[in-house]
Design a protein around this ligand. Structure first.
Ligand code: SF4
Ligand code: MG
Length: 316
């Protein structure tokens, strides 16, 4: 999956036009029903872009997004409507998109109305049911967006995603703006919901502790590509890609009982405008050799269910 996005600001001005850059290249992964897939990376690694591409908000310039074996780009109007019902999104701040002059109840009812679901009474019932599921009270139905605290806001964000009975929820940094204690409340609600409703979650975050807690499988992104993918336990047991190792070594909790040393990466993340040739990580990798500059390493399975994109890592 590859996509290009316009770069505004200084670069756009520099060239007097929009400049296009590959934000995400060769990203390929599957979401299985009922699992939580965590997509981790630093800012600018292409996580959000990937999430947006799945939703069809920024269609890929090449490659496909398949939903139940159907190409998103080739769906008919009806199929697309079903897709938009089945897949919902939770953002970091769900309130930036809410009408401040409307009460929460009617806001939550809106998508049901748009999709012509149920009658007035049934729609109201559904809203009260969802408010209860996310741990809000019936009286919250009548409150305005500004009357909610940070944690409650994200509960409303979840409620908004859940109102259509989706199959998949894409969560983009849903707890990053919240206090740690509130974070765990929201994560626990998500976990509970996922089990109860057999939801599939794509969980996008830069926070390694959060992703470890919530995910069944994890994909590690660096500069627009997935460099490693594995089941959560396997990945933390034995991270194989040099970038993953460096990323994990920066979190003291995960290395306390291990012999591994903190890996300090040299330099900054290169600009996505001019990504390095070969392995995107070669400018910072402690193990880089000549082949790393010349050839793009393919993401391939080196252990059961563990895929790594590195010339040095071979299957055992
Ligand atoms: Fe490092 Fe080379 Fe592996 Fe890239 S391919 S991670 S540069 S060793
Ligand atoms: Mg982002």
């Amino acid at each position: 999956l590859q996509k290009k996005f316009p770069v505004h600001g200084s670069f756009g001005k520099l060239f007097g036009t929009k400049t296009y850059v590959n934000a995400v290249t060769n990203v390929s992964f599957r979401l299985y029903p009922g699992e939580t897939y965590g997509l981790v990376g630093e800012s600018g690694s292409g996580k959000s872009t990937t999430g947006r591409a799945i939703l069809g908000l920024t269609p890929p310039t090449s490659g496909q997004v398949l939903y139940q074996d159907q190409d998103l780009a080739k769906m008919s109007g009806n199929e697309l409507r079903k897709f938009r019902k089945d897949i919902q999104f939770v953002f970091q701040d769900p309130f930036s998109s809410l009408n401040p002059r409307k009460r929460i109840g009617p806001i939550l009812e809106e998508p049901l109305l748009i999709h012509k679901m149920g009658n007035k009474e049934q729609r109201r019932e559904q809203v009260f049911r969802i408010l209860d599921i996310v741990g809000l009270q019936p009286e919250h139905y009548f409150r305005y967006p500004h009357e909610f605290s940070g944690g409650q806001r994200q509960r409303v964000g979840l409620a908004r995603a859940l109102i259509m009975n989706p199959k998949i929820i894409i969560c983009d940094e849903p707890v990053s703006a919240l206090d740690v204690s509130i974070q765990s409340q929201i994560l626990n609600i998500l976990k509970g919901l996922q089990k109860e409703l057999r939801l599939t979650l794509l969980f996008i975050t830069h926070d390694i502790s959060v992703v470890r807690y919530i995910s069944d499988r994890i994909g590690i992104m660096y500069l627009g590509t997935i460099v490693e993918e594995a089941l959560t336990d396997d990945l933390f047991q034995q991270p194989l890609h040099p970038y993953t190792q460096a990323l994990f070594s920066a979190v003291p909790d995960f290395t306390r009982n291990r012999l591994s040393e903190r890996v300090i990466l040299k330099g900054e993340i290169p600009s996505p405008l001019s990504p390095p040739t070969g392995c995107v990580f070669h400018t910072r990798c402690p193990y880089a050799t000549d082949i790393c500059k010349a050839e793009v390493p393919i993401l391939r399975e080196v252990k059961p269910q563990q895929r790594v994109a590195c010339h040095l890592v071979t299957s055992s």
